[in-house]
Design a protein around this ligand. Structure first.
Ligand SMILES: [Zn+2]
Length: 421
């Protein structure tokens, strides 16, 4: 008996020591990572003392004498780029912390964002927006956790509870901090998720097309009381047996992070009406109108590029082709294809002869050539950031806060900042 007690005491002590050692090692790893992150930030960027509120600063600059304005504006732009990148690095570090412990309390995460953000002049408004995002994350996370761990630990049961029907074949469900990820071995089970907002007739009619699709994120879908927590993968039996595709998983999860953080849509966007009139100003007006249509899809391309950047093995030229090839060329991301077709059809039916010709030229220029250029410069900006020393995750976070049209300028400004550091 005594022997047993001694043994038990020994066992408890050893267990305690192992746990203590594990916690201590974890802490050392965390601390060394924190130090590494801190050193990296200092190497790439300049700390900002005090508070830097971009909007207020711009108003102040506009009130200074004209002679000083240009120089002040240049300094402002550099400082702003520095802050965007700094806060993006903070965001990356908070996401790293979430990945380590998805169930961190909102208080812990908000405090982390506040203390790291202070090094880059985080304003009150920026802090409140970070706080709102982190609170939203914690609410969603709690719902994912409750659904998966407490109510439906079984893969098939959680599928049925979320989409109303039993899956016809194997389904594997992964709980990421940001989404419930359904990897479906059967096309119909995947299509049920893909078109979860449409009826069964529509689903059946379009099911075959989905053979081309690898994965999907559903930003508007509500399951288990939370919006935007579902992503899915269409796997075939062979691949499924080897497990979930890390490439598709990362890609779809990034869409969920983009949606949580808030994808940056182009500013000053307003829809314009189709112009008519004398030939000269018409070309310009027409261009402005078509550009406004182009901006509507810019946000989609922005979101898609960020998701593609998660995969190091995706070659730049390949991503370019995926995003710009028309459906006829075998592409599935040419968001302007439909727009182009419907505008050309519209002008064919309604335009007088000279107008039709101009419209065709402008549509092709804006919706084809300029869009391709936008994607190409976007890809280059990302490569430039990697070249400066930012990690893939950091570069994604930096570009996530800037409309696609401005990526090149931001990357160039950051190149100046890093070189002058
Ligand atoms: Zn995507």
């Amino acid at each position: 008996m005594l022997g047993l007690v001694i043994n038990l005491t020994f066992l408890v002590s050893v267990t305690f020591f192992v746990c203590f050692l594990a916690v201590a090692t974890y802490r050392v790893v965390c601390d060394s990572e924190e130090v590494k992150n801190k050193e990296k930030r200092a190497k790439l960027l300049k700390p900002i003392e005090g508070v830097f509120n971009p909007k207020e600063e711009l108003i102040r600059i506009r009130q200074t004498p004209k002679s000083d304005r240009r120089q002040k504006l240049n300094e402002y732009k550099k400082k702003l780029a520095n802050q965007i990148a700094g806060l993006a690095m903070v965001q990356t570090e908070v996401i790293q912390a979430i990945r380590k412990n998805p169930d961190s309390s909102p208080k812990e995460l908000i405090e982390m964002a506040r203390s790291l953000g202070a090094g880059f002049g985080m304003s009150k408004k920026q802090f409140y927006s970070a706080k709102k995002i982190l609170q939203k994350y914690c609410i969603r996370r709690a719902k994912i956790r409750k659904a998966r761990r407490r109510r439906y630990p079984d893969d098939k049961r959680i599928y049925r509870a979320a989409f109303g029907e039993n899956p016809s074949s194997a389904v594997r469900v992964i709980e990421s901090p940001f989404v419930l990820y359904f990897c479906c071995a059967n096309l119909d089970d995947y299509v049920r998720i893909y078109f979860s907002d449409a009826g069964p007739t529509y689903r059946n009619k379009n099911a075959e097309k989905m053979n081309k699709s690898g994965g999907v994120y559903k930003p508007q879908l509500v399951v288990f009381g939370a919006k935007g927590i579902v992503a899915a993968e269409k796997s075939n039996a062979g691949r499924f047996s080897r497990g979930v595709s890390p490439r598709v998983y990362k890609h779809e999860e990034q869409h969920a992070i983009n949606a949580l953080v808030g994808s940056k849509t182009p500013e000053n966007f307003h829809e314009e009406s189709i112009p008519y009139g004398p030939i000269e100003p018409l070309t310009l007006k027409l261009k402005r109108f078509i550009c406004s249509r182009c901006r509507m899809v810019e946000a989609q391309a922005h979101d898609e590029l960020l998701a593609f950047f998660t995969c190091p093995s995706d070659e730049v030229d390949e991503v370019f082709r995926w995003l710009t090839n028309t459906a006829a060329e075998g592409g599935s991301y040419d968001y302007l294809d439909e727009e182009r077709k419907s505008l050309l059809a519209y002008f064919d039916e309604n335009g007088v002869c000279y107008y039709r010709q101009i419209a065709k030229e402008v549509v092709t220029k804006v919706l084809r050539d300029e869009y391709r250029e936008l994607i190409r410069t976007g890809l280059n900006a990302f490569q430039q950031l990697l070249g400066l020393g930012f990690s893939r995750e950091e570069a994604i976070a930096i570009l996530g806060h800037e409309p696609l049209r401005r990526w090149r300028k931001l990357a160039n400004r950051l190149a100046d900042t890093v070189k002058s550091n």
